[in-house]
Design a protein around this ligand. Structure first.
Ligand code: FAD
Length: 288
């Protein structure tokens, strides 16, 4: 017999896994579906703000074992020169997304969330008391769907959103060599306007997350390689991914809600912090 879940979460990135963690903690029967088996790679700078760390801690997620670096010093370079931010607390905490996302998913699974590897191709609501989530391998049934399937969200498209609208683009690479330790660099001068570059240390060993992002869709690969080499580093594989920076036009229907990048909730200035939305959304299940 098919299981009827209280909530099916599509996508096990930070938004999906945090939603699964909170909903399972509240006693709901939850299924999370991701097209990849975890740990999996996600192009990202891996920089978490202090606000994000406090939010995760308040949920009981202390990130023990997955913090790669803590920058109490951030060098900001702009056209007028440069300045240094310092604090006793880390200003940017650096994680590796494969480890961080796997940690969040594991915490949800420990609370009883079911996890299936499948690629969701469609959802069907048919106006009834449930939603069918159609995967390549199977169909899953839930009372509600929390869509956390990222920037190219199938579910956001199903709700009628144009997922290419209001989307920034960012490229990154894991680079090697000698640069600053425990210091994050944010450089506004490499792109004319509407973007920035970063170099985030990944815990010693001469490894750095280096990237470039902009609200203008362009191929920044060549610029990124130049940036890496100007810093005296060697680039690895270059990976790009869109970042939706404006809330989608339609983020809910009666039984579906979009969270994280699927909903377009990345900060429009920094391109980060999209994953905090599910903390509001999981309790939403209670109100129905
Ligand atoms: C180069 C780059 C650098 C960035 N740097 C930072 C940073 O330093 N700090 C920061 O806070 N943010 C950063 N961001 C933004 C950040 O990566 C995203 O906002 C964040 O990953 C959003 O989390 P999410 O859980 O909503 O989506 P995602 O992390 O994209 O997770 C979506 C999940 O859904 C799964 N999925 C997708 N489609 C399907 C499907 N059809 N069926 C099943 N599963 C599916 C995917 O496999 C994936 O696991 C960066 C983004 C980029 C591109």
């Amino acid at each position: 017999m098919d299981i009827m879940y209280d909530a099916i979460i599509v996508g096990a990135g930070p938004a999906g896994s945090i939603a699964a963690y909170v909903a399972s903690k509240l006693g709901f029967k939850v299924l999370i579906i991701d097209r990849f088996r975890f740990p999996r790679f996600k192009p990202c700078g891996g920089g978490l703000t202090q606000k994000s760390i406090l939010l995760l801690r308040s949920l009981g997620l202390d990130l023990n074992g997955v913090v790669r670096d803590e920058c109490r010093r951030v060098v900001v370079i702009n056209s007028a020169g440069s300045f240094i931010l310092t604090d006793n607390d880390p200003i940017i905490t650096v994680v590796s997304r494969d480890e961080f996302d796997n940690y969040l998913l594991s915490n949800a699974l420990e609370l009883g969330t079911d996890y299936i590897v499948d690629r969701v191709v469609s959802v069907r609501t048919n106006g009834g008391d449930h939603v069918n989530v159609i995967g390549m391998d199977n169909t899953y049934i839930g009372r509600y769907v929390i869509a956390a399937d990222g920037a190219n969200s199938i579910v956001a498209k199903y709700l009628g959103n144009d997922i290419r609208r209001n989307t920034a683009m960012a490229f990154m690479t894991i680079a090697h060599g000698n640069y600053f330790d425990n210091t994050c660099v944010i450089d506004m001068t490499r792109i004319k306007w509407g973007g920035y570059s970063w170099i985030f240390p990944r815990g010693g060993g001469g490894e750095y997350d280096v990237g470039i992002g902009s609200i203008h869709w362009d191929n920044y690969r060549a610029q990124l390689i130049r940036y890496v080499r100007d810093a005296g580093l060697r680039e690895g594989e270059i990976r790009g991914h869109p970042i939706p920076i404006k809330s989608r036009e339609r983020i809910t229907s009666k039984r579906i809600v979009l969270v994280g990048d699927a909903g377009g909730f990345a900060d429009p200035i920094t391109g980060g912090r999209a994953f905090s939305t599910p903390c509001i959304v999981a309790p939403w299940l209670h109100w129905h």
